[in-house]
Design a protein around this ligand. Structure first.
Ligand SMILES: Nc1nc2c(ncn2[C@@H]2O[C@H](COP(=O)(O)OP(=O)(O)OP(=O)(O)O)[C@@H](O)[C@H]2O)c(=O)[nH]1
Ligand SMILES: [Zn+2]
Ligand SMILES: [Zn+2]
Ligand SMILES: [Zn+2]
Length: 277
C-alpha cells in the first residue's frame, strides 16, 4: 500500500522479470468512518483506524529507507551519480533525458531506470539513443520505491563512475515520500501545467533540489507567469534552484548540463572511481 494515497501496490515487473509483492493481509472490519484524512495518518482508508494507518506508514517508510540506504551505499562505492526525476505525467521527462543523453554521452556513461505503470515505451525511447535502460512497471503502483530500484540496478549494472537517471512514475504526490538512494530529486514542471503547482503539491517541490521549468518554447502562446511560479517554488523550498529550458528546442539546456557536471563533481570529490567513461 502507498503511504501517501493508500492505493494498492499492484504487481511490479522489471522488464520481463517478474517480481511479486504480496500485500500484508487486509483487515476487513467493515466499520466505515468519514474522517477524510483529518486524523494522525492524514489519509483515509475504509475500515482502517488512523492509528493502524500510521503504523503501516511507519513500517513501509522504514523498510523503504533501509533499501534506499543500501542503494546509496552501492552508488557511493561505485561512484555512480544518481538523479531521481519527478513530475506529473507528460511534463517532458523522457524528452529531456533523450536530449541530455545525446548531448552528454561523449562525457558520461549514462544509464536510465524508467518507471511507468504499464508500458516499456520510455525505456525503448531511451535505448534508441544508445544508452542502457531498464523498465520498471509498477502496475497500479503510483511511485517507485527503494526495493524496486535495487533490483533494477542489479539487472541494469550501470558502469562505475556513470550517471544514472531514474524517471519516476508521472505523479506529483507519492514519489515525494520515497527515497530511492538518489543524490538529488529533480522536479520537472512544464509551463502548460500552470504556475501554482509548487504550492498545490508542496511536498514534491520541498523534496527537490532543482526545478526544471520545461516547454518554455510555448510561453508565447500561454498566460503563464514565470516569476510567480518561481516565487511559489521558493516559498515551499527556499533552497530550490530553478532553470528555465526547452527539451524540444534545446534552449536553456546548457545550464542544466552545468548543474549535472558540478553536482557530479561535488559528489565524487575524494572518490577513487571518478572516471566519466
Ligand atoms: N513544446 C514542447 N513540447 C515538449 C517539450 N518537452 C516535451 N514535450 C512534449 O510533451 C509530451 C510529453 O513528453 P514526454 O517526454 O513523453 O513526457 P514525460 O514526462 O516523459 O511523460 P510520462 O512518462 O508519461 O510522465 C510529448 O509530446 C513531447 O514531445 C518542450 O520542451 N516543448
Ligand atoms: Zn500513492
Ligand atoms: Zn516518460
Ligand atoms: Zn526483492
Amino acid at each position: 500500500m502507498c503511504t501517501v494515497c493508500g492505493c494498492g501496490e499492484g504487481e511490479t515487473t522489471i522488464d520481463d522479470h517478474q517480481h511479486h509483492h504480496h500485500e500484508p493481509s487486509h483487515e476487513h472490519s467493515h466499520e466505515h468512518t468519514h474522517d477524510y484524512g483529518k486524523g494522525a495518518a492524514h489519509a483515509h482508508a475504509p475500515g482502517m483506524s488512523q492509528a493502524r494507518m500510521v503504523q503501516i506508514e511507519q513500517d513501509i517508510l522504514g523498510k523503504n529507507n533501509q533499501y534506499a540506504a543500501a542503494n546509496r551505499q552501492y552508488f557511493s562505492e561505485h561512484g555512480i551519480h544518481v538523479l531521481n526525476l519527478v513530475s506529473s505525467p507528460g511534463s517532458g521527462k523522457t524528452s529531456l533525458l533523450s536530449r541530455t543523453i545525446e548531448d552528454m554521452q561523449a562525457e558520461f556513461s549514462v544509464a536510465v531506470i524508467e518507471g511507468d505503470q504499464q508500458t516499456a515505451n520510455d525505456a525503448e525511447r531511451i535505448r534508441s539513443t544508445g544508452a542502457k535502460a531498464i523498465q520498471i512497471n509498477t502496475g497500479k503502483g503510483c511511485h517507485l520505491d527503494g526495493h524496486m530500484v535495487g533490483h533494477a540496478v542489479e539487472s541494469l549494472q550501470p558502469e562505475d563512475g556513470s550517471l544514472l537517471f531514474i524517471e519516476n512514475v508521472g505523479n506529483l504526490v507519492c514519489p515525494a515520500a520515497f527515497d530511492l538512494g538518489e543524490a538529488h530529486k529533480v522536479a520537472i514542471l512544464s509551463v502548460t501545467e500552470g504556475e501554482d503547482k509548487p504550492i498545490k503539491y508542496p511536498d514534491m517541490f520541498h523534496a527537490a533540489d532543482l526545478m526544471l521549468l520545461n516547454k518554455i518554447d510555448l510561453l508565447p502562446y500561454l498566460d503563464f507567469d514565470v516569476a510567480q511560479c518561481i516565487a511559489y517554488a521558493q516559498q515551499v523550498n527556499p533552497r530550490i534552484r530553478v532553470l528555465e529550458l526547452s527539451a524540444k528546442t534545446g534552449e536553456g539546456m546548457d545550464e542544466w548540463y552545468q548543474w549535472l557536471l558540478s553536482t557530479r563533481q561535488t559528489a565524487l570529490i575524494g572518490h577513487p572511481k571518478k572516471r566519466a567513461k
